[in-house]
Ligand binder design. Sequence first.
Ligand SMILES: Cc1cc2nc3c(=O)[nH]c(=O)nc-3n(C[C@H](O)[C@H](O)[C@H](O)COP(=O)(O)OP(=O)(O)OC[C@H]3O[C@@H](n4cnc5c(N)ncnc54)[C@H](O)[C@@H]3O)c2cc1C
Length: 404
Amino acid sequence: MKIGILGAGPAGIFAALKVRNITMNDIYLFDANPRVGKKFSVTGSGRCNITNLNILPDSYFSFEPANLKSIFDRYSPMNIRKVLDDFGIPTVATDDGWVYPLSYSANNVVQILRDHLICHNVHLVEDTKVTTIDYQKNEFVLTMDNQREKFYCSRLVVASGGKAYPQLRADTSILKDIEKMGIQTIPFRPALVPVELSEKTFLPIVGVRMDAEIQLYKSNQLIRKNTGNIIFTDCGLNGPGIMNLSHLIDPGNEKTYAICVNFLPENARQIIENLYEKNQKFPYHYRSIYLSFLPEKVVDFFFERWELSKNSVCSEIKPGNLQEHLKDLQSIKNEVRSVKGYKFAQASAGGISLSEIDLNTMQSKKISGLFFAGEILDITGPCGGFNLHWAIASGIIAGESISV
Ligand SMILES: Cc1cc2nc3c(=O)[nH]c(=O)nc-3n(C[C@H](O)[C@H](O)[C@H](O)COP(=O)(O)OP(=O)(O)OC[C@H]3O[C@@H](n4cnc5c(N)ncnc54)[C@H](O)[C@@H]3O)c2cc1C
């Protein structure tokens, strides 16, 4: 059987490698990039955060809710690690559950997988953009930008990714032909991307990196909270803590959103109040209480806001002022100016609606023989290996289902 796979990212690569009786089939893997796995090879800052021990169906966002349980039961983090092991890619997990290849090299992972593709006689059609897909008489007809001959196949996996990182040829133009087949798509928007703020409140703490709770408000209503690492930048916020919320900001209506950074770690209020009480009799600096929790630059920023000398001692601070300070630490709200564009995004939200596919096989419910996998589908995970996990798991399912 002739099988076409459009897109040689993790989804397309694993779809190709998991076709049953792989050598009995004629598999063609197309990619516009000069080599397979281009984006894959820069993931995790080159270290490839490939899955996460804490993956749950609820970890993922899609515009149309879908029941993903069976997929993650079938392809749990443990199962994906086993698959990777079988391909000669052993993995290690950090204390917080982020999983990396033992080599800590995305580039090594891609080279190993490319070798497997070659060993299994998968035809690598690199440096070739598929410009159109037609569906005629139960066959898919692909045209390419650099080849005269058309390509015909009876099974097609579309694993062409989303819009994030166009500098590595992210390209969703093929969706126009998918839509012509009557398949519904959901508009894309940047996800896992830094957020710019209207006010420059945090300018004095640019460069600080810390864990904090981020609250996202829309029209003054709290819509989501998330705790994670953030970095203060000269235009706003970066880091997983904010990136994991960025897809919830509706492009075009950014200014109806606001971000509140809660600088007070969980349980810290009680500890601060105790330290304050305990040190009333001593010349203990009020500032030292905050140095127990926060980077010094942040403590200085708040002391400026509160117009307090660095030398103030606990007994000089009235209990009412202490409460005001604790409130301020939790309530600095800033209007969102914009989310950074696709060039800075690690993923995109939106894509092929999940209602269009059978999640047991990744096959289109409308067009027999047409499969989807990876980020082209309307599903986005947070930072931490969730998106590669999804790309690999959905790719495997598509590959296994092509020739059962
Ligand atoms: C900088 C960066 C770091 C990241 N780090 C991590 C991480 O550590 N962990 C994690 O889980 N996720 C990470 N991600 C997200 C992850 O890389 C993606 O979710 C994943 O690559 C999606 O896989 P995919 O196979 O669906 O699509 P892609 O990897 O995007 O692959 C799709 C391929 O299809 C090709 N293509 C598209 N249209 C055509 C066409 N018409 N003709 C020919 N080829 C076409 C594209 O050029 C591309 O090569 C990161 C993303 C970025 C940008």
